[in-house]
Design a protein around this ligand. Structure first.
Ligand code: NAP
Length: 288
């Protein structure tokens, strides 16, 4: 069992840190808004620290799950940040969805203090975090991954090393690219069903068992039919992720025409006031 710090107790981090306690690890948490860390400690019995640096002191593993590239820079290399508290030999496991570029930048900074970085973005959403059933895609050195994997196991259904530092983030980009077009296709299909006077439930019951079936169809058709989006993975987060994908594609030459178009559709959903809506809200734009 390991001494672990968890920084960032949002929708994802809060339950993930809880699973670490359940797995028997000694957990110290930190959150920018202290009330959340106190609530977590009251619920799970771990310790809440006053700064990221303090939480990281003495930890063998420091897990982060914050928002974007800049948030990660504020939490890790800052004077009161995690790297100032971590000892040589400790491993930083980053679960935030960020660019491969910031990941490599932080890995360079960390290595100067003997700290290893494993980028480990996740897929599976809030439910995956709460049920401890996330897909975790990692980048890093094989030895660092082998150590980190034993801790990540507390909330993972699958955890794979995809290549060197940054490869986890590149895999997460593949995930988001695959989802973007799919959710638009599903939205158009369900909107078409409505216009054609068909029952969405009946249509989904039949087509979900054939080649059109998907996780999004199974898990989102009902709320899409009810025009309900006040849950799930926020459009604001998706736009952050798609910007990362589009920028990486500019660098590696991959063609992402549909992803670029869907990003603009999500911009329209934001303009409709849907920044915090689940990504399945693409259908709301078709109903306008
Ligand atoms: P969230 O609920 O908005 O939580 C974000 C967390 O990051 C909060 O603890 C927040 O602290 C902290 N934070 C943000 N900016 C910070 C800063 N500058 N300094 C310190 N702490 C900061 O987000 P989430 O849904 O848990 O998502 C976290 C990450 O996982 C994101 O990168 C997201 O893209 C990714 N992700 C999310 C999902 C999902 O379904 N939600 C699925 C896969 C991946 P405060 O409490 O102080 O605001």
């Amino acid at each position: 069992m390991a001494r672990v710090a968890f920084l960032g107790l949002g929708v994802m981090g809060f339950p993930m840190a809880g699973h670490l306690v359940a797995a028997g690890h000694e957990v110290t948490v930190w959150n920018r808004t202290p009330a959340k860390a106190e609530a977590w400690a009251a619920q799970h019995g771990g310790r809440a620290a006053a700064t990221a640096r303090e939480a990281a002191e003495g930890a063998e593993f420091v897990m982060t799950c914050v928002g974007n590239d800049d948030d990660l820079r504020q939490v890790c290399p800052a004077p009161q940040g995690a790297y100032a508290g971590m000892a040589a030999g400790a491993v930083h496991v980053d679960h935030t969805t960020v660019s491969a570029q910031v990941t490599r930048e932080l890995a360079d900074i960390a290595s100067k203090s003997g700290i290893a970085l494993v980028d480990a973005p996740v897929s599976g959403g809030q439910a995956g975090a709460e049920n401890g059933a996330l897909s975790v895609m990692c980048g890093g050195a094989a030895g660092d991954f082998a150590r980190a994997e034993l801790v990540i196991a507390a909330y993972a259904r699958i955890c794979r090393l995809m290549g060197p530092v940054g490869a986890g983030q590149l895999t997460k980009m593949c995930n988001q690219i695959a989802i973007a077009g799919l959710v638009q296709g599903l939205s158009e299909s369900l909107n078409f069903a409505e216009k054609a006077g068909l029952s969405i439930a009946d249509v989904v019951e039949v087509i979900s068992q054939g080649a059109a079936g998907s996780w999004q169809m199974q898990n989102r058709y009902q709320t899409m039919a009810e025009n309900r989006f006040d849950f799930g993975f926020a459009v604001d987060w998706m736009r952050k992720d798609l910007a990362i994908c589009l920028s990486a594609a500019d660098e590696n030459g991959a063609s992402l025409p549909v992803t670029a178009l869907i990003d603009q559709f999500y911009k329209e959903v934001q303009q409709m006031g849907g920044g915090r809506w689940d990504t399945s809200s693409l259908i709301a734009r078709l109903r306008k």
